[in-house]
Design a protein around this ligand. Structure first.
Ligand code: AOS
Ligand code: ZN
Ligand code: ZN
Ligand code: ZN
Length: 419
């Protein structure tokens, strides 16, 4: 891959754009360093073509094992220098030789982000079924099996150097009357307490909530209120994870984020975008203003607490690709997140606060929208350039015929493990 030739060819145009931006906007000191430090983890399950229950249209050249998934994320990271971590899903990814896997990841400059447990599917060798839930199950044996699985995931994560466990539960019910909500809640908390007790001291537990699907009447960890109350019961290492696609329509996600952050209970994100439900579309593809508003709250809230933007929350993508090349799609997502972050860093907080205190609603909107309508792509590209990435990662991916090369080495009909 010839990044420097690619960058050389685009440099004059890039410099023009960056100079224009600098002439228009006062760039705060340190903004480039913040952008350079900001890394977004790639989920191992998003590297292949997804699908729906109606079908799946394979794209070809997909990673067939953990080593190839790491290679794919390494490729993304080489292109954008902002995807320096991979988030694994157990048992879709089993590191049979953790030392070798760690070495391979290190060769690509990758760290291991949160590990994800899976008690929403039955595995072939499993004694008890999760058809009626896992941590909430009426049977103690089934709950124990799910607890043990989470403990096993923590072990796997420790062997790779991960520092967090993400728990997403599909537990709930499909019909009114099916479930005793209180019992389901209490059993879930009791099960989570056992998992929490197995966390190493420097680990976090992220509890992800989701309004519905696959259960269509109730989900036991169905919203941030349920997650927040549970993580509060568990202890300081447990926090809520916000997946942008997991809310009921029109939810004010930025406000949820702001409150969780203020309460010290925001753990991290699964970034994606959606029009209707848990669509898992490219971040910023449908509601880029919402993404910006979320980042605006994040920057404001993290700065108020003196938090490190890059390190103190878990930044992950959770997406599925049905019609796009997964790698190109992920490059788009990372860029959209970086753009939203860069814009949030440009908000004049002092002016905004003054306008709020004066009840100058028009001014408040002007301040935010002036930033949102500023094209900061050259700034994000400059951060990539300074880190040795490509000025235009997708263009380079295409110029170098990377998908064609992957198809040549892995085959045209591949099915990456995962959903
Ligand atoms: C499911 O809807 C959630 O977003 C989870 O994060 C899940 O573990 C992930 O999407 C993989 O299926
Ligand atoms: Zn998710
Ligand atoms: Zn989801
Ligand atoms: Zn989703």
């Amino acid at each position: 891959m010839n990044i420097s030739n690619h960058n050389q060819a685009l440099l004059a145009q890039h410099t023009r754009r960056l100079d224009f931006l600098k002439s228009e906007v006062n760039l705060p000191a340190g903004i480039l360093q913040k952008l350079k430090d900001f890394q977004i983890a790639i989920p191992s399950w998003a590297l292949g073509t997804g699908g729906t229950r109606f079908g799946r249209f394979s794209g070809g050249g997909e990673p067939r094992n953990l080593e190839e998934k790491i290679a794919d994320v390494g490729l993304l990271h080489a292109l954008n220098q902002s995807s320096g971590a991979i988030s694994l899903h157990i048992p879709w990814d089993i590191p049979t030789d953790p030392a070798a896997i760690r070495t391979l990841a290190a060769q690509h400059g990758l760290a291991f982000d949160a590990v994800n447990s899976n008690t929403f599917q039955d595995q072939a060798d499993q004694a008890n079924s999760y058809k009626f839930g896992s941590l909430q199950h009426v049977s103690a044996a089934t709950r124990k099996q799910a607890i043990d699985h989470n403990m096993e995931v923590i072990k796997q994560g420790v062997s790779l150097g991960s520092k967090a466990l993400t728990v997403w539960l599909s537990d709930g019910s499909c019909f009114p009357g099916q479930l005793n909500f209180r019992h389901a809640y209490e059993r879930t908390v009791d099960s989570l307490r056992e998992i929490y007790a197995a966390l190493p001291a420097d680990w976090s537990l992220y509890l992800e909530y989701k309004a519905y699907e696959p259960n269509f009447y109730s989900t036991t960890v169905g919203d941030w209120g349920a997650s927040y109350s549970m993580v509060n019961k568990l202890g300081p290492q447990a926090k809520t994870l916000v997946d942008l696609g997991h809310h009921l329509p029109n939810a004010n996600i930025e406000q949820i984020v702001s409150i969780l952050l203020m309460e010290g209970k925001l753990g991290g994100f699964h970034f994606n975008d959606s029009k209707y439900g848990d669509d898992d579309l490219t971040a910023g593809s449908i509601k880029p203003y919402q993404l910006f508003l979320i980042f605006s709250e994040l920057v404001d809230g993290m700065d108020a607490k003196g938090m490190n933007h890059a390190k103190d929350l878990g930044w992950m993508i959770d997406a599925s690709h049905n019609v796009k090349d997964p790698l190109e799609d992920l490059l788009q997502s990372v860029e959209a997140i970086q753009i939203a972050y860069a814009q949030a860093l440009l908000v004049d907080r002092v002016a905004l606060e003054a306008a709020r205190e004066a009840n100058d609603v028009v001014r408040c909107q002007e301040i935010l929208q002036a930033v949102f309508r500023t094209d900061v792509r050259a700034l994000v590209a400059q951060a990539r350039l300074e880190l040795g990435g490509a000025l235009d990662p997708i263009a380079l991916f295409r110029q170098e015929k990377m998908r064609e090369q992957l198809i040549k080495s892995r085959g045209a009909k591949t099915v990456a493990t995962g959903l």
